[in-house]
Design a protein around this ligand. Structure first.
Ligand code: NAD
Length: 354
């Protein structure tokens, strides 16, 4: 039976392929802009400078100070750079941190934003912006936050380090798993989430075996696009909430936290959402939590939160924060259940079969 649904549409223009970064100049011009400020982290400044050189007269310069969790003081500095350079558009080249800076600048100024993602985190297809001020992270949604155009270029992902490849791909998978049971799920998102999970499942082992395998990389980036598209269209539940708590209040690293928690949150929710999660079970296995943990382990992903500094002592406060506000989730929970889930993730245990 087809339930009633709302499909909001996908407004972002997307180019996907290999060598597609070569289209950046045409896309900047298509946005009606003529002076693009290229954004990156310090790690990727050489790539940003190469892109600026390729853009030629269309480039206003490079700002390479993008930082995880989008601190507002970094955004202010980047805006000063943009003003001084006479920029009329931003081009973010990098992972979620750099795309986040592009969003923060674009929403403040109205400058169009072209995003060129180089991880699988998925910020580029969403209307979500998380920013940090005085040590506090707040998140908001607004259609104007979405980049106007996204260029996916497989060649930019060939050098993504192995640990980041696995955790970032699991970060993407988490978007799809939660979209399947989201209250605003719809048939199109369901198809995209299932196909995104399949591509991640098939592509990751190939990339682990050979990080520069262009076909494996293509598969994972395609999956990441689908997963980020559903993240940008659906309400997220317990998994994203817990990751937000651990990132915001315990300074845990983004992709690794997603990777470690996904088997536990999926295993917890599976009994209450078997029908919705059927596409994920078809890809990974019926015991979804255990199967995702096995997949993560075989790909070399970290399994224990304690490896990143989150310990048993942190569990009570994290469980309290995570249960403070109500939000959509297929299975109801109280503090004690969240504490048990976190305890298994702290230890790195395989989720119990339920
Ligand atoms: P990141 O952007 O911080 O990147 C991690 C490191 O890897 C950086 O030093 C970066 O320069 C480097 N890197 C990226 N791509 C590379 C490549 N191809 N080769 C070599 N090095 C590369 O990490 P992330 O996980 O992509 O993003 C995390 C941030 O994104 C968090 O702040 C998170 O909150 C945000 N995020 C936001 C959304 C959203 O919808 N708003 C969605 C997902 C993530």
């Amino acid at each position: 039976m087809i339930d009633d649904f709302l499909f909001k549409g996908i407004p972002t223009r997307v180019l996907f392929g290999t060598g597609t970064i070569g289209w950046a100049g045409d896309e900047v011009a298509r946005l009606g802009a003529g002076r693009a400020l290229v954004l990156s982290t310090p790690n990727q400044v050489a790539d940003a400078e190469r892109l600026a050189a390729d853009l030629g007269d269309l480039a206003a310069g490079v700002f390479s100070g993008a930082t995880m969790h989008t601190p507002t003081d970094v955004t202010e500095t980047a805006l000063d750079t943009a003003r001084a350079a006479g920029a009329d558009c931003v081009v973010s080249l990098g992972g979620g941190s750099t795309v986040g800076l592009g969003k923060a600048m674009s929403i403040r100024t109205g400058m169009p934003h072209l995003a060129i993602p180089t991880t699988y985190a998925g910020s580029e297809m969403t209307d979500i912006l998380g920013e940090t001020k005085d040590g506090e992270k707040t998140t908001r949604r607004d259609p104007a936050i979405r980049p106007a155009t996204v260029i996916y270029d497989v060649s930019l992902t060939l050098g993504l380090p192995a640990d980041m490849t696995v955790t970032s791909a699991l970060n993407a998978a988490a978007h799809a798993v939660e979209a399947l049971y989201a209250p605003d799920a719809n048939p199109v998102l369901g198809q995209m989430a299932g196909e995104g999970l399949r591509a991640i499942h098939d592509g990751v082992p190939r990339v682990i075996a050979n990080p520069a395998d262009p076909e494996g990389r293509r598969e994972v980036l395609y999956g990441a696009w689908l997963c980020s598209t559903v993240l940008g269209q659906a309400e997220m539940g317990l998994h994203h909430k817990l990751c937000h708590v651990l990132g915001g209040s315990f300074d845990m690293p983004h992709a690794q936290t997603h990777a470690i928690l996904l088997p536990h949150t999926a295993g917890f929710n599976a009994p209450a959402a078997r029908q919705q999660l059927a596409p994920a079970m078809a890809v990974f296995g019926d015991d979804l939590g255990g199967a995702l943990w096995d997949f993560a382990k075989s790909a070399g992903a970290p399994l224990a939160l304690s490896d990143f500094g989150f310990t048993e002592n942190d569990i009570p406060r994290a469980a309290e924060i995570a249960t403070r506000n109500r939000y959509a989730n297929p299975r109801a929970f109280r503090e004690a259940e969240i504490a048990a889930l976190l305890n298994a993730a702290v230890q790195g245990n395989r989720p119990q079969t339920i």
